[in-house]
Ligand binder design. Structure first.
Ligand SMILES: Nc1ncnc2c1ncn2[C@@H]1O[C@H](COP(=O)(O)OP(=O)(O)OP(=O)(O)O)[C@@H](O)[C@H]1O
Ligand SMILES: [Mg+2]
Length: 282
């Protein structure tokens, strides 16, 4: 489909020497320019999907399987073109560093792409500044804290400016304020550059801000839809081993008690306004 940056059909993957597929016949689309979130319990196959989308892992053989990124079908020949379009910030940032200092590390992807030196220095400075790590630009990445490493890894991806950014629990080590700041930064960059974000997270509150949520359970895709569609079904979320965000718990309880909260209400402020109006009418 033209408006999807990612099309996945009948995708399965089984790790060597394991009995069950880690990803089992999964199909989904990621609309261009969207923020799509993949949620699921530990071991449900989320990181495996991220590695499949970047061609780090190759799917189980099946003639119906298709992975298409920005109109290009992923195979061994197109893998390098696709890697220019996709930037992954991995779950464990330690596996991602190649530079001796933070700035060398962030420059690495640009050097590989032969970006002229002066332009490279400007980009590197800008992205390190954006993630709040200027103080550490001469530091060795291995001596940074987990959250600081995640910031540097994000800067490295922002420097290259891919069309699709996959964030695999990439803000899990950040404190709440740091996390909000980085997510706001990524959202800003996303809007300015028309990027698509595919974010893998345990943070159900972060998921509730997404345009689309995919719910994975033991390698199977249980559901996909907007936060409103996904979170109205508490049993679905529970069966995926997850908890509803507090806002949706309250909304669903009110509906159960006979208060006709309109489905389109998707945040606290709108809910409070609605309840106040209801109170005035009584
Ligand atoms: N290299 C590997 N070899 C064998 N099995 C693996 C390997 N990597 C992952 N698995 C298994 O595949 C399944 C999916 O793992 P995956 O890392 O994709 O889960 P995840 O949803 O990302 O989990 P988490 O939330 O803990 O990051 C798990 O059962 C895991 O044990
Ligand atoms: Mg994972």
């Amino acid at each position: 489909m033209k408006d999807n940056i990612v099309t996945v059909q009948h995708l399965s993957f089984t790790y060597k020497d394991t009995k069950h597929p880690a990803v089992n016949d999964v199909s989904f689309n990621i609309p261009k320019g969207s923020w799509t979130t993949l949620v699921g319990h530990n071991g449900s196959g989320k990181s495996t999907i991220a590695r499949l989308l970047d061609g780090i892992l190759l799917p189980d053989e099946n003639s119906e399987t298709l992975i298409q990124i920005d109109g290009i079908t992923l195979n061994e020949k197109t893998m390098w073109d696709i890697r220019d379009k996709v930037g992954i910030v991995f779950q464990n940032p330690d596996n991602q560093f190649v530079g001796a200092t933070v700035e060398d590390d962030v420059a690495f992807g640009l050097e590989n792409r032969q970006v002229p030196r002066l332009k490279m220095q400007t980009i590197v400075h800008d992205v390190i500044n954006q993630v709040g790590m200027l103080k550490f630009q001469k530091s060795e990445p291995q001596y940074l804290s987990g959250g600081q490493k995640q910031r540097v890894a994000i800067a490295g991806i922002l420097a290259i400016g891919p069309k699709l950014i996959i964030l695999d629990e990439s803000t899990s080590m950040l404190d709440p304020a740091g996390k909000d700041k980085i997510l706001a930064l990524i959202k800003k960059v996303q809007k300015e550059n028309g990027l698509t974000i595919f974010s893998i997270t345990h943070d159900i509150n972060e998921a509730s801000q997404a345009d689309q949520i995919l719910v994975l359970n033991q390698g199977n895709l249980l559901a996909s839809g907007s936060p409103i569609e996904i979170f109205k079904d508490e049993s679905l979320i529970k069966s995926a081993g997850l908890e509803l965000p507090l806002f949706y718990k309250v909304k669903n309880k009110l509906i159960k008690r006979g208060i006709a909260v309109p489905q389109e209400i998707d945040n606290e402020k709108k809910l409070v306004n609605y309840l106040c109006q209801l109170n005035l009418k009584m």
